[in-house]
Design a protein around this ligand. Structure first.
Ligand SMILES: [Zn+2]
Length: 441
């Protein structure tokens, strides 16, 4: 009797290293060595970036493995749990790994392995739960309840918070998806400067963009495929298909050996975390939205270089921010004015401020400069003092009317979308290039 085992893993890493994707790659390679077939691509599922407890990138992984007997299932479980125990950063307080196994009997399915992936259907209660972990907040108890209701086995290390993501990585619906190819370093090189030949990344980008994307941050002048943490990843190439990320890897050269490579199918760059909502007053902290509103007052800059504006609709208002790391994006955001009608995309943090990931200008308000009136002699008049009207410096003529003349000025912005640079993009955020090449909005 064949069984398909869904395996979910999360929260094995810490800020000082490891990466749950790497652990997943190691475990899958090990299972293959034992002769267990891995079905389809492993998944890398990014969860709500505004959830209060999260791992570094808030990403969980899952994969599927086929077993023929109860004994084989036990062997698979032991291999995986031992590796998680061995490679997780268990000494770090905030690392609380969780592993979930969900077993599906295969007699309902025709065992054509290549075609299997598309035939699999998961319980809707699991899909709903998973969608919730991407957009909202869920608890360990929620995860335990769902796992129990579908008969999934959970394994908690320490507090076991990782079961939340592990279960979500198994059940997350992927209506839209992208791929990420991850190349891992030899452990001896961890923590050292990555030795990627940057000119080959430029060449790869020229040959594969936009099927691959976010390879470079041209505005900020850096290579975006390279992480800036001590993790095992040498580089990650993001793209629309597994073929194009493979092709891209063949073009990127490095001066250090690659230990192994894994390709994940992922909800990264799909905007799956965002929920369209029609009223500002109905938004909650720690959740992510697409919301339309009018700019209530011109933006202002606060300490640290963050640009803030207030957005309102009939139901209420919310503070929106383009934070300092979004760099040049702030210059555009700053040019919005009172009366502009915009749609903002982003999540709400602890203090109730919406972090803008991108925005769309629906309608620009007219902008005016207030200037003094012209005198009948042709000279621009000057103020005659507060509330005293204007006086001509040339002929001395006076008028009592205090009103300045409003002169319409050209706006530098155009209607349409504006996006943060790759260096500041959240894993889940859909870059404009993906919106433009006809993917679902
Ligand atoms: Zn005059």
């Amino acid at each position: 009797m064949y069984h398909l085992i869904y395996v979910g893993i999360d929260d094995t890493d810490s800020s000082s290293g490891m990466c749950t994707t790497y652990l997943c790659a190691v475990v899958m390679d090990e299972l293959k060595d034992y002769g267990f077939p891995i079905i389809g691509y492993p998944r890398l599922i990014r969860l709500n970036p505004f959830a209060r407890f999260k791992t570094r990138g808030n990403g969980a992984v899952s994969f599927k493995v086929l077993v023929k007997s109860y004994e084989e299932f036990e062997t698979v479980k032991n291999i995986i749990l031992n590796r998680v125990k061995q490679l997780s950063h268990l000494k770090e307080e905030n690392t609380n790994p969780g592993v979930v196994f969900y077993k599906v009997k295969m007699d309902d399915y025709n065992l054509d392995l290549d075609d299997l992936d598309s035939k699999l259907v998961l319980p809707s209660v699991l899909e709903d739960y998973s969608q919730n972990t991407v957009r909202n907040m869920v608890t360990i108890e929620d995860a335990e309840r769902i796992a129990d209701s579908i008969g999934a086995e959970i394994y908690k290390f320490k507090k076991g918070r990782g079961i939340i993501g592990a279960l979500a990585a198994i059940g997350c619906p992927l209506d839209d998806s992208t791929f990420e190819l991850l190349a891992y370093r030899m452990p001896v090189n961890y923590g050292t400067k990555r030795r990627i030949k940057y000119e080959t990344v430029l060449e790869m980008d020229q040959n594969t963009y936009p099927c691959t994307f976010d390879n470079l941050d041209e505005e900020e002048g850096y290579v975006a495929i390279e992480p800036h943490t001590p993790c095992p990843i040498l580089y990650g190439i993001r793209g629309e298909t597994s073929d194009c990320v493979k092709k891209a890897q063949s073009m990127v050269k490095s001066c250090e050996p690659i230990e192994r490579t894994a390709i994940f199918i992922t909800n990264q760059h799909t905007d799956q975390h965002l929920k369209k909502i029609s009223q500002i007053s109905k938004m909650d902290k720690f959740k992510c939205y697409i919301v339309k509103g009018e700019v209530a007052e011109n933006p202002h800059i606060i300490e640290g270089g963050h640009v803030i504006l207030k957005l309102y609709d009939d139901s209420g208002s919310i503070e929106c921010a383009a934070y300092e790391p979004t760099k040049g994006f702030r210059e555009i955001f700053k040019q919005l004015i009172k009366g502009d009608l915009i749609v903002v995309y982003g999540g709400i943090g602890e203090k109730g401020t919406l972090n803008v990931e991108k925005f769309k200008i629906v309608k620009l308000a007219n902008a005016y400069d207030a200037i003094n009136p012209l005198c009948s002699c042709g000279k621009r008049m000057k103020s005659a003092g507060k509330n005293k009207g204007f006086k001509c410096p040339k002929c001395g003529r006076k008028i009592k009317d205090n009103h300045k003349i409003l002169l319409e000025v050209k706006r530098n912005l155009k209607e349409g979308f504006y996006d943060v640079p790759p260096s500041a993009r959240r894993h889940l955020s859909k870059p404009l290039i993906r919106c433009q090449i006809g993917k679902k909005d």
